[in-house]
Design a binder for this molecule. Structure first.
Ligand code: NAP
Ligand code: 8YV
Length: 341
């Protein structure tokens, strides 16, 4: 029994950077926690000698990993941890984790669904409104003293517009509920229609894009959705269309996006996520038809506290009983099977 947490499974909790200072502090207070050395943004981090030495010394003690969406948890790391039983991801998306390798070894994986839906939906709406009503440009217009020389150009209204949601899941539905209040005509594309939903279903991302003014992307990342929003989808959205991406950078072909904007084939973009965060293509930084945010979809005090609580609840439950509150859906009917080895 671990006296500090009241748990029955003992061992080290490995923090894979980057994780927030608050989650870092909370795990430090609660568990025997260590930090994996090495810069997660360094492509050669797996060969970092400091990391190799750390894993040789501590790898055999690690029973749990805590990570965030920017913390890579590849097969090589999982394989270096023979007693690993659980991976607790601070985030609903878990494309940072090699889930196939983890599940094949019986390692349990948790994430943080539901608690962030409101914050991320709010971010999607904020980006949509900011881009359509040109709020960032209007702010600069006032600050630069341009107002005294003439009126700000007219913009496009969101109310009553046609909005497509690519990924009508938990967050997509929270976005749709908000758009209903704006009187928007809502349509969506998932791999299959959602039973009991009245919004118009489009059979493909391109068909969805062709019928809307604004396309909001909120599908999971990973190989299944890589480049789902390609040049054909952007062309279908068209020169007056707006792309809002709050999903993952990998879902949108970033080169095709830059080309479509530069060639006037797409009206604009509002982006919270990028292919190689925190790197943002220079070609986007100079455009005023683009609104950029640094992956802040869930970044409110309230939501991050709830995500942190759920991450710790998952860790506590697994350490005490071998079960999880919120296992990822790929886990079998008997979640939390992953055991101490
Ligand atoms: P969710 O409830 O699982 O919803 C995902 C939706 O995407 C489902 O409706 C799913 O429907 C659809 N989908 C999956 N694969 C698809 C494909 N290949 N083509 C078309 N539709 C597909 O997930 P969620 O909780 O709403 O979260 C969605 C994602 O948002 C997360 O995985 C994460 O990547 C991202 N996110 C970003 C932020 C941020 O800070 N920007 C914050 C939170 C989450 P079908 O299975 O029927 O296709
Ligand atoms: C991040 C997110 O997880 O939940 C997700 O999938 O992308 C975000 O909420 C957040 O940046 C903290 O890790």
């Amino acid at each position: 029994m671990n006296a500090r947490t009241g748990t029955t499974r003992t061992g080290t909790v490995l923090r894979v950077p980057p994780i927030s200072p608050e989650l870092h502090a909370a795990t430090g207070e609660r568990y025997d926690a260590l930090d994996l050395p090495g810069d997660p943004g360094d492509p050669g981090v797996a060969d970092d000698p400091a990391r190799a030495a750390f894993l040789a010394e501590h790898g055999g003690d690690v029973v749990a990993i805590v990570c965030s969406n920017l913390s890579p948890v590849p097969a090589s790391l999982i394989e270096a941890l023979p007693r690993l039983g659980v991976i607790a991801n601070h985030g609903v998306g878990y494309d940072n984790v090699d889930v196939d390798v983890a599940l094949a070894r019986g390692i349990a994986v948790s994430h943080t669904p539901d608690v962030l839906d409101d914050a991320v939906a709010e971010t999607a709406l904020a980006l949509l409104l900011a881009a359509r009503r040109r709020i960032v440009t209007a702010d600069l217009f006032v600050r630069d003293g341009a107002w005294s020389k003439g009126a700000f150009p007219l913009t496009d209204q969101v109310s009553g517009s046609r909005v497509g949601i690519l990924g009508l899941g938990r967050i997509g539905r929270a976005v749709a509920r908000r758009l209903e209040a704006f009187g928007c005509a809502i349509s969506y594309h998932n791999r299959r229609p959602v039973p009991g939903v009245d919004y118009a279903y489009a059979a493909s991302p391109a068909e969805l894009a062709a019928g809307v003014d604004n396309l909001i992307v909120i599908v999971p990342g990973g190989p299944g959705t890589e480049g789902l929003v390609d040049a054909a989808v952007l062309d279908a959205l068209g020169p007056r269309g707006l792309l809002v991406n709050v999903a993952r950078g990998s879902v949108v072909d970033e080169d095709a996006l830059v080309a479509a904007l530069q060639e006037g084939r797409l009206g604009g973009a509002a982006l919270d996520v990028f292919a190689r965060e925190p790197e943002v293509p220079a070609a986007l930084l100079v455009r005023d038809d683009v609104v950029l945010a640094p992956h802040v979809g869930s970044a409110t005090h309230e939501t991050r506290a709830a995500m942190r609580r759920l991450t710790l609840d998952n860790l506590d439950d697994w350490l005490a009983t071998g079960t999880l509150r919120t296992p990822i859906p790929e886990m079998s009917a008997s979640p939390g099977e992953g055991g101490e080895r």
